[in-house]
Ligand binder design. Structure first.
Ligand SMILES: C[S@@+](CC[C@H](N)C(=O)[O-])C[C@H]1O[C@@H](n2cnc3c(N)ncnc32)[C@H](O)[C@@H]1O
Length: 216
């Protein structure tokens, strides 16, 4: 996964992060991250903040890419910590976030969140991931991430993320573009195994299958 995403980052990072455009300007690229936050976060503040003040919240993002959404999250929340398997993507995210001292990015191993040590357990108020797990070809890796997010979130907090829900799309174990699909039943079972309540699910059977997992 690291080699494939480093290669994509070197070829055209912003295109592979968000395929809506091949030649993103800075303005349009970061505006698209703000749009994601408007659509997926600002419409959902009751589930996400649960009465907390955003500027007092610590947020985790998985698969930050070139910092498109991370920057918008850092404009809204007090502290953002974001991981990505690709060192090339992380280098670009660091540049994008140079003006945001409340954002911290880490290259991780593509499998777990050990880059955030046990001293961080239970210290995050919200976790988010968009257009990342839909690229991961292994159900085991995705489940490990869910379990790890559970380690880092405080009880009751939300992990809002997206998996690939369309079982008709062909996948191969080494395909890092088209990830492994989850049925609604498989998503619910994963939540239960990892200590989450799968309270809301939208898009089962579709490419963008959104999940709202609340830590028990
Ligand atoms: C399509 S991009 C989306 C980036 C970002 N979420 C956004 O919306 O702008 C997918 C990102 O996920 C990262 N990624 C893919 N597999 C990963 C894994 N197993 N662990 C962590 N990051 C991964 C890639 O390096 C890439 O930066």
């Amino acid at each position: 996964m690291q080699a494939d995403w480093d290669a994509r980052a070197k070829e055209n990072a912003r295109y592979y992060v968000q395929t809506a455009q091949e030649n993103w300007s800075d303005n349009d690229f970061f505006a698209s991250g703000e749009q994601t936050v408007r659509e997926e976060i600002l419409t959902d503040m009751i589930n996400i903040c649960q009465g907390r003040v955003p500027k007092e919240m610590r947020v985790l993002e998985i698969g930050c890419g070139a910092g498109r959404v991370t920057r918008a999250l850092a404009n809204l929340f007090g502290e953002v910590h974001a991981v990505d398997v690709s060192g090339e993507m992380i280098r670009m995210a660091e540049a994008a976030l140079a003006t945001h001292p409340n954002a911290h990015v880490y290259q991780n191993n593509g499998m777990d969140l050990s880059v955030l040590p046990e001293s961080r357990n239970g210290s995050f108020d919200f976790a988010f991931s968009t257009i990342v797990f839909q690229h991961i070809p292994s159900r085991e890796v995705i489940e490990t991430y869910v379990r790890e997010v559970g380690r880092l979130l405080r009880p009751g907090a939300l992990f809002k993320f997206q998996v690939q829900g369309d079982a008709s799309l062909a996948t191969a174990p080494d395909d890092t573009w088209l990830g492994v699909p989850f049925s609604d039943e498989q998503a619910v079972e994963m939540a239960e195994r990892c200590g989450f309540e799968p309270r809301h699910r939208i898009g089962a059977g579709e490419q963008y299958f959104w999940l709202w997992f609340f830590k028990r």
